[in-house]
Write a protein that binds this ligand. Sequence first.
Ligand SMILES: *Cc1c(COP(=O)(O)O)cnc(C)c1O
Length: 366
Amino acid sequence: MEISGPYLTINLKNLEHNLNLLRSKLKKTTEVIPVIKADGYGSNAIVITKKLISLGIKRFAVASTKEGVELRNAGIKNPIMIFYPYIKNFKLLFENKLEPVLYSNTLINAAIKYLSDLKITNYPVHIKFNTGLNRIGLSINEFDLSNLTPKSKCFKILSIYSHLSASENPRPCKYTSSQISEFEKIKKITSEIVKPEIGFHILNTSGIFNYPEKQYDAIRSGIGLYGYANCKSWDSELKPVLTLKAPIIQILKIKKGESVGYNNAWASKRNTAIAILPLGHADGITRSFGNKKIKVDINGFKCPIIGNICMDIIMIDVTNSKCKEGDFVTIFGESNSASFISEQAGTVSYELLTGLSQRILRKIIE
Ligand SMILES: *Cc1c(COP(=O)(O)O)cnc(C)c1O
């Protein structure tokens, strides 16, 4: 019998479904900016980007300059926003025609200096305002509005945006309302000086479901394209793009009272059959997934992970299921929601997906 290792499938049909679903909630004129940072939320940024281009997407967003350069090196010529550029990487950023998000005066001043030294004018940039997430962004009070005027020849302003802190919280949400009214104020003040080429935007995935009337001119969606939206009923409209499977490489039988795994973290209360899977915390399945918090899907049976997750191995109690060595177990995917198991483990789907290591083979389903 030939047993191969764990693998992650990337289902591009489901990606297309999710894009269409998101588009169905938006006006035709609203630009969809897919967020493909962290290697496309743990999938494969290049594969995802190429598929989305074939579906009519024009512009993408990633976190770092390095991620943008990787897409350029793969031959992707579309506009790419860089959410968090480092001044140190400006040469790389500008030479690769990446679009920086300017979120602080330090960054704005450094960009002006860099561009004017090289006599570059009209370089496409985005401006990010903080409206209450208090993570990153300019406040309108500290922002020098002359950066938006034609007098500042360095920049062509493509968009002005902000980010919500609790877009998935049930409406009405006071905090979100105050962020949106702050953004309205910013829009009013800046619109008097500049008409950004793309326009204004504030929504991420959950925001599209919760505040479609605040879509302005564009949305930035990451997790939704991969099949999750931070709410069970919204998730049900989407389809998971990623499925993680691993083979059973051994089945052990242990007696009542014996323990399993490091530090004897789990002891059997009855004679138990244990299936061994060849993946662990080095693959991105963190320790919080161990010790019966999470169940995986084995031939339709939900079986708990027992003991501590090891670096390369996970143990499953399969006493009540039908399985044999070589069978593939679904850790998460359509039959076991990544969002649900993450919640059970005290985390979020974002962390589970983006933590999947490169050691796991990726398989594309066209
Ligand atoms: C990551 C990120 C997004 C995408 O958010 P999702 O919840 O995955 O849709 C949007 N905007 C910014 C600024 C981000 O950093």
